[in-house]
Design a protein around this ligand. Structure first.
Ligand SMILES: C[S@@+](CC[C@H](N)C(=O)[O-])C[C@H]1O[C@@H](n2cnc3c(N)ncnc32)[C@H](O)[C@@H]1O
Length: 310
């Protein structure tokens, strides 16, 4: 892996908000280069454990090597989609953890590697899978999807207003057997959009297809449902998202599951006796400051939200 190492976003904020107990068990659902995990490991004593998951197998070995300064019994790294974190915990015989972090999306190593096909700024195969063992690449998806479904993807996951023109152009490229590389996709988009702001449109279209290839939003929703069962009392969940679709899902989930009373307003005394599983720690999302954004431009869209298990 020759790309520069991923710089962990909101590193201090993540660590402060996880309230790390030295003997605790922490689950990093998006290990990446291990930037956040490494900081967690520094705070653990010999009874503590860090469990790291990543859907991208290529990230595990270098991160494992980077962690060799810590005792091997201090961490346990797994090639797994975070959707399956309950299975990993079961395998490790762990019922509940003290804290969970999800730093969503892709790492800068993945973005920079040409052969992964995530970036319109590189030329490479149109792949976009986090897990190379999954069956459908972006190219395969675009080749088999209907025009109607493609329009939906670009509109909903890319929040792109020119979705119709773009989807039609992509399908025209498919018809001409020309949808195999990032350059093919880039050209199909550029053909039908105004040149001004084209980078923003390209970013949105590439994002929309990446979300579809990896089923990112459904996986996030399903994973959130499982978290309360596996988090100890007063344990914290920290989630960093990088676009409004993810942040909306996280925000709405946290609000819904931290509501103390859901009685209709007309009822003067609470009858629902609702005992919410979470309490919100950060009402407003926590954002990187200007210094961090200057050092790491990729952090600029980050939004971090935190809840605590009641
Ligand atoms: C933003 S990076 C995390 C960077 C990490 N926090 C660090 O400091 O190095 C996101 C990572 O999550 C992984 N990922 C994305 N979706 C995943 C999923 N559903 N399950 C497991 N890993 C996932 C990506 O492969 C990537 O390595």
């Amino acid at each position: 892996m020759n790309s520069p190492l991923h710089i962990p976003v909101l590193k201090n904020e993540v660590i402060n908000h996880l309230n790390i107990k030295p003997e605790g068990v922490y689950l990093d659902c998006t290990l990446g280069a291990g930037g956040h995990s490494k900081e967690i490991l520094k705070k653990l004593n010999s009874s503590g454990l860090l469990i790291g998951l990543d859907a991208d197998e290529t990230t595990l070995k270098p991160t494992h090597t980077r962690f060799s300064v810590f005792g091997s019994s201090q961490f346990s790294l797994h090639h797994a989609n975070f959707l399956y974190f309950p299975d990993i915990l079961k395998k490790l015989n762990i019922k509940k953890v003290n804290g969970i972090i999800l730093d969503l999306g892709l790492s800068s190593m993945e973005l920079d590697q040409k052969d992964r096909g995530f970036s319109f700024q590189n030329i490479g195969p149109l792949d976009m899978r986090y897990n190379k063992k999954n069956s459908t690449t972006a190219s395969e998806l675009l080749n088999k999807i209907s025009l109607i479904d493609l329009k939906k993807i670009v509109k909903l996951y890319g929040e792109e207003k020119n979705y119709s023109k773009i989807a039609k152009s992509i399908k025209q490229y498919v018809k001409n057997d020309k949808m195999k590389t990032t350059l093919d996709l880039k050209e199909a988009v550029l053909e039908v959009i105004p040149k001004k702001k084209s980078n923003k449109t390209l970013a949105r279209v590439f994002q929309s297809i990446r979300i579809a290839v990896n089923d990112e939003l459904n996986i996030l929703k399903e994973t959130l449902k499982n978290i309360k069962k596996f988090l100890k009392r007063n344990g914290r969940v920290v989630i960093i998202s990088y676009h409004s679709l993810e942040d909306r899902i996280v925000k709405q989930f946290f609000i819904k599951h931290s509501k103390v009373c859901i009685c209709p307003r007309e009822i003067p005394i609470c009858v629902c006796k609702k005992d919410p599983p979470f309490r919100i720690i950060s009402r407003k999302p926590i954002l990187p400051n200007n210094t961090e954004i200057l050092k790491n431009r990729k952090s600029r869209s980050a939004k971090m939200r935190v809840v605590e298990r009641t």
